[in-house]
Design a protein around this ligand. Structure first.
Ligand code: NAD
Ligand code: IPM
Ligand code: MN
Length: 353
């Protein structure tokens, strides 16, 4: 029996409701394949902030370092400014553990009503590969002449050669491993003068090492339109931190709900723990109602098992998810059903067992 040590941060809002469903599903699927879990809970959240003035303790990163992986619900809640909560918990973890790949699959499942006319399951099946630690998400900059009519705010983007090349390499490797061998790059080199032409050049350089991979480039504006117009075109889509963030809400929305989508924050070298979470946030508008869709969290759990080297557990979870969706009996509201969080979680577990 292999024992995995997982740090659990349910966080805020519906994070606290979906994480228990993910843990139960992992427990059941793990047991079938001789994997055991030791869950260590961290109650770091906006509530912690109200009590202590911090989202996590000063040595929070050190506390997480020893785990095999981190399983996170969501961070952020009204009452704490979002940039304080996110820069106090989620973003420092991504950076401290060099989780520079944010892998976000987008798939249309049988059973989930698709908002795009005429799309069948199988038509939409791609990955967003998002750069996760630099780019537009920098804290470089500041405000000057504050409070005067000359007030000026400057926010710098940061694109390093190392940071750009390593995310591109990951995306090209992924494209190379897939049947379609097709990579689309998100750019905006017509309007953003320095960083995006640089990005395009690095894509062209990297492409030289992958002669089999077909590459295309789209400016982010038309790329968002094309996600809606022709989602079947896409196989692997690589983007900077901000573009990848936007595309990984839009992609899942095209498949019927953002709440199904998982997010793997990966340190590919496995020097540090990776972190697995749903794409969605804490959804304050539905928190506490037991109606949140737990599938993004469960799929993220499956990705965690894949990353840790237990593909059989991953497959068991994915098959159960496919079956429960296809049945349409236990869909949550965001997918057009009436099931509660716990009903959907329990139905999925019956399919694993
Ligand atoms: P959100 O993803 O929390 O919610 C957007 C909409 O989707 C809401 O209407 C919500 O009800 C719905 N939704 C989200 N998850 C759902 C689920 N599992 N089931 C059913 N419906 C679901 O995005 P937001 O409203 O922009 O952000 C709310 C808070 O979450 C903010 O503080 C934000 O900063 C934070 N946030 C955190 C993360 C994260 O922790 N990774 C991600 C996104 C947003
Ligand atoms: C996500 C979220 C975060 C991000 C926010 C909450 C900082 O939107 O994980 O997609 O932009 O990375
Ligand atoms: Mn996002």
């Amino acid at each position: 029996m292999k024992k995995l040590r997982i740090a659990v941060i349910p966080g805020d809002g519906i994070g606290k409701e979906v994480i228990p469903e993910g843990i139960q599903a992992l427990e059941v699927a793990g047991r079938k394949h001789s994997v055991e879990f030791e869950w260590t809970y961290f109650d770091w959240s906006c509530e912690t902030y109200h009590q202590t003035g911090r989202m996590m303790p000063e040595d929070g990163i050190e506390q997480l370092r020893q785990f095999d992986a981190i399983y996170l619900g969501a961070v952020g809640f009204p009452g704490v400014p979002d940039h304080i909560s996110l820069w106090g918990l989620l973003l420092p973890i991504r950076r401290a553990f060099d989780q520079y790949v944010n892998l976000r699959p987008v798939r249309l499942f049988d059973g989930v009503p698709c908002p795009l006319a005429g799309k069948q399951p199988g038509d939409i099946d791609f990955y967003v590969v998002r750069e996760n630690v630099e780019g537009e998400y920098s804290s470089i900059g500041g405000i000057q002449y504050e409070g005067t009519e000359h007030e000026v705010v400057c926010q710098q983007s940061l694109f390093t050669r190392r940071g750009t090349d390593r995310i591109l390499k990951y995306a090209f490797d992924l494209a190379q491993s897939r049947e379609a061998k097709h990579l689309s790059s998100a750019t905006k080199s017509n309007g953003i003068y320095h960083s995006m032409p640089y990005w395009d050049n690095r894509v062209l350089e990297m492409a030289k090492h992958y002669p089999e991979v077909k590459v295309d480039h789209f400016h982010i504006d038309i790329l968002t339109a094309n996600f809606v117009r022709m989602p079947e075109h896409f196989d692997v889509v690589v983007g900077s931190n901000l573009f990848g963030d936007i595309l990984s809400d839009l992609g899942p929305a095209c498949t019927g709900t953002i709440a199904i989508a998982p997010s793997a924050n990966i340190n590919p070298e496995k020097t540090y723990p990776s972190m697995f979470e749903p794409v969605h946030g804490s959804a304050p508008d539905i928190a506490g109602q037991n109606i949140a869709n737990p599938l993004g969290t469960i799929w993220a759990g499956a990705m965690m098992m894949q990353h840790l080297g237990f593909p059989a557990v991953h497959d068991a979870l994915m098959q159960a998810m496919e079956t429960v969706l296809k049945e349409k009996q236990h869909l949550t509201r965001d997918m057009g059903g009436v099931a509660s969080t716990q009903e959907l979680g329990a139905a999925l577990i019956r399919h694993i067992a």
